[in-house]
Design a protein around this ligand. Structure first.
Ligand SMILES: Cc1ncc(COP(=O)(O)O)c(C=O)c1O
Length: 389
């Protein structure tokens, strides 16, 4: 069993968040983002891997305030749609700092991106490559290949990337089509706490670069994707420097000439900057002698906690009650949907004193929360965000 309790005055909360909560008592549920922590995380990534260009993955938290703060710090952006392109441009990002990293896109979206000045794209299929040659002529391209990185906290499966042999063929084709071949890219899946997770992908990318050089197609850069972790209740993220060292050593071993490095962190930039304040709607038991209490919160799977699907991410929870006595709980969301159960297999314990109306704070919740809660399913509105710092 995990002890998951302490008070809201936890040292985990930045003083700014603590002061804001005390002064303003925001309506729940809401996500609070400390922009100063976003900036600190960005600079920690820069310090750990100074040789890499950082393209913040906007999907992790697309709040205009976050994008604006990062643009002001000099970040570039990994965008997944025309909507994210418009968002970044509106927040002061230069078009040349955007990379269209989603390999699934319409020809019209490519043309739109190109018209807005975007000149970097990722593809993983022939059809998309042909569209890029036609609608974004001369642009810089990466081909994403599939990597086997099974330890990801939230794995991608096989949706993105092609076999490395196909990546070689398509990059040669990209060269023939007049595109500027940047090289290969891969993504190990999100939330990777093992710094060695990137090594196999780097080795493969190095082999691709060597093979392309032998047929007169020079490559320029290596895009290592995202996947850099945050610490959650059951997962401790190693320091970013451990990831950087593993990456640096693998690049030195597998590339004849050092490529320009690109990283696309999302979670590592915003997760620890955010905290969700929620409220208990109901505490109940399914029978009079049931050991488990069901704790229903005013936030659930469809209003911000999408990453609790399969119980992949176990957030740290805090209440204002003393940690003991406590007891086991199932934690669920407020909707009329049977899948809106947040944790029933992951053991959680909450104070016996917990009542309807009490707050439950969900820590390290700045990534992939508000951005997933974009539909008012069951009439529960999307998760609002409040900014401090
Ligand atoms: C192409 C691409 N780059 C970067 C990211 C960010 O990943 P993470 O938040 O794990 O750093 C994602 C996440 O889905 C992605 O699809």
């Amino acid at each position: 069993m995990h002890a998951v309790l302490d008070s809201v005055a936890s040292p985990d909360l930045s003083p700014r968040l603590r002061a804001f909560l005390a002064d303003r008592a925001p309506a729940t549920p809401c996500l609070l983002i400390d922009l100063a922590v976003v900036r600190t995380n960005y600079h920690a990534m820069r310090a750990a891997l100074p040789e890499a260009a950082i393209f913040y993955a906007v999907k992790a938290n697309p709040a205009p305030e976050v994008v604006r703060a990062l643009a002001a710090e000099g970040s570039a952006f990994d965008v997944a749609s025309t909507g994210e392109i418009d968002l970044c441009l509106a927040q002061g990002a230069a078009p040349e700092s955007l990379s269209y990293g989603n390999p699934i896109k319409k020809a019209a979206d490519i043309a739109y991106a190109h018209a807005r000045g975007v000149r970097r794209f990722t593809f993983d299929a022939e059809g998309d490559l042909e569209n890029l040659a036609e609608h974004a002529p001369g642009s810089r391209v990466w081909c994403r290949f599939l990597v086997d990185a099974p330890q990801s906290g939230t794995p991608f499966g096989k949706k993105f990337g092609c076999a490395p042999a196909m990546a070689r063929r398509l990059l040669i084709r990209a060269h023939e089509l007049g595109l500027a071949v940047d090289g290969a890219c891969f993504h190990v899946g999100s939330q990777h706490t093992d710094p060695a997770a990137w090594v196999a992908g780097i080795a493969e990318a190095g082999a691709i670069a060597r093979d392309l050089a032998t047929v007169g197609v020079p490559t320029r850069s290596l895009n290592l994707g995202g996947g850099f972790p945050a610490s959650y209740r059951d997962q401790q993220a190693p320091p970013l420097t451990a990831h950087a060292e593993a990456i640096r050593a693998a690049v030195a071993e597998h590339f004849d000439q050092a490529p320009e490095l690109v990283v696309e962190p999302g979670r590592a930039i915003v997760a620890t900057a955010g905290m969700i304040r929620s409220e208990v709607v109901l505490v109940s038991r399914k029978s009079d002698d049931d050991e488990y209490r069901w704790v229903y919160l005013d936030i659930g799977r469809y209003s911000g906690l999408a990453e609790t699907e399969n119980e992949y991410i176990a957030y740290r929870l805090r209440t204002a009650h003393p940690a003991t006595p406590d007891g086991p709980v199932v934690i669920a969301g407020p909707t009329c949907d049977g899948d809106d159960v947040i944790y029933q297999n992951t053991p959680y314990r909450l104070p016996m004193a917990l009542r309807a109306g009490d707050h439950v704070d969900i820590l390290d919740a700045g990534a992939y929360t508000a951005s997933y809660s974009s539909v008012s399913f069951n009439g529960f509105p999307p998760l609002p965000t409040v900014f401090v710092g």
